[in-house]
Design a protein around this ligand. Structure first.
Ligand SMILES: *Cc1c(COP(=O)(O)O)cnc(C)c1O
Length: 384
């Protein structure tokens, strides 16, 4: 059996070596390393894939979030609502811009931001909601867009973990994750579903004016060379990374299917084990279906009940099975983001999830032997 990895970038590279190498070589030949033709080519191809009017590439997913917020003209003191159970980047940029982060609880079944909690947190100062499409499936965007409309709020989708996922509306129509809110951000960090070989990110929007504003912000606030109309940043996707991404984009759906297949096998193996709760697929789907990419499994995350998680993690590591705890500490309890405004009673779900979740190896190269070994090791441990 091949050594099990949390993410197998090497195995994936072996399968696409020729096309990736050729694409990188093309960049080397043009020596157009910044804003070269590859960046434009990838931007156009991603716009087409997503069905969104504008993709603005940038340096990483954290910048993408920050630039989206700058583009919307959010001002110090504006309140921005986001999830308590996620990676810190989301709340970090809110704080960096001197906006007021308002962390709220998530759903116990699909780990995404709770609509009731958002509703409760809205005040006259609220200006935006940042749903994070956690672990590969969309938050309840229809309800979020309704709330936003009723309260005149912006919606910024943090789509770092769900690129390629579809969101299904109640009427059955579909839209790609990241094309529903006013603006969205994504990350091309190597381990993401569409990852480059370094750092990268992008902003998506269907709003022409906002896209124009953002194109200036990523380039020092310049709309005309050496005329700086707004305070901007320097945040670029370099051409070599764009070359890698453009070579990988045609495989994204196949990669997401491979993740779904691995998730299906995990689910099947854990069926009937009371201590293990397999990931819930939301948004109108009840299972991982063949027809819609409702969940693209950036992570495959279990909840374990009545099991010593630390002991399980230690056991898996001893058996050469990597695993991760995403996320071990609620954001409202992190030193940088703690605030006396927060009340523990408002975070009962996050406070529970941080103790129960465990994420298993999930990538495009997992084979049946590896999945059997992982699942049987876990089940044997639980059954003692
Ligand atoms: C990875 C990630 C980011 C940050 O992306 P970087 O490219 O590493 O800056 C932001 N939000 C979420 C939810 C992420 O998973």
């Amino acid at each position: 059996m091949k050594k099990i990895q949390m993410v197998d970038l090497k195995g994936q590279y072996e399968g696409i070596k020729d096309v990736v190498n050729t694409s990188i070589q093309e960049v080397l030949e043009t020596t157009s390393f910044i804003n070269g033709p590859k960046v434009h080519q990838f931007q156009k191809n991603l716009e087409q894939y997503l069905g969104v009017k504008h993709v603005i590439p940038c340096a990483n997913g954290t910048d993408a979030l920050q630039i989206a917020m700058m583009g919307l003209g959010l001002k110090p003191g504006d309140e921005v609502i986001t999830a308590d159970f996620t990676f810190a980047a989301t709340v970090e940029v809110i704080a960096l811009l001197n906006l007021t982060p308002v962390l709220v609880d998530v759903n116990e079944d699909d780990f995404n931001i709770s609509i009731e909690a958002i509703e409760k947190a809205i005040t006259p100062k609220t200006k935006a909601i940042v749903p994070v499409h956690l672990f590969g499936q969309c938050a309840n965007m229809e309800a979020i867009m309704e709330l936003a409309k009723a309260h005149n709020l912006y919606v910024i989708e943090d789509n770092a973990q769900a690129i390629g996922a579809n969101y299904t509306y109640k009427d059955g129509s579909k839209a790609k994750a990241g094309t529903i809110g006013h603006v969205a951000s994504t990350s091309f960090f190597p381990s993401k579903n569409l990852g480059c070989y370094g750092d990268g990110g992008a902003i998506f929007t269907n709003d022409d004016d906002l896209a124009h504003t953002i194109r200036g912000i990523v380039n020092h606030g310049m709309y005309e060379r050496y005329h700086h109309d707004v305070v901007g940043v320097n945040s670029r996707l370099d051409s070599i990374q764009a070359g890698v991404l453009d070579a990988k984009l045609p495989n994204l759906d196949t990669y997401n299917k491979a993740r779904q297949n691995a998730a299906r096998k995990y689910n099947k193996a854990f069926q009937g084990i009371d201590a293990i709760i397999t990931p819930k697929v939301s948004n109108g789907c009840t299972d991982i279906c063949d027809t819609c990419d409702c969940h693209v499994f950036h992570q495959y995350t279990l909840k374990i009940k009545g099991v010593d998680r630390d002991a399980l993690v230690k056991h898996l590591n001893e058996k050469d099975i990597p695993c991760g705890v995403y996320y071990p500490i609620p954001l409202h309890n992190q030193k940088a983001y703690a605030d006396e405004r927060y009340n523990e009673a408002d975070f009962t779900v996050t406070n529970l999830l941080v103790k129960e979740v465990i994420s298993l190896p999930m990538h495009t190269e997992l084979d049946d032997d590896q999945i059997d070994y992982i699942t049987s090791t876990i089940i044997n441990f639980i059954n003692g």
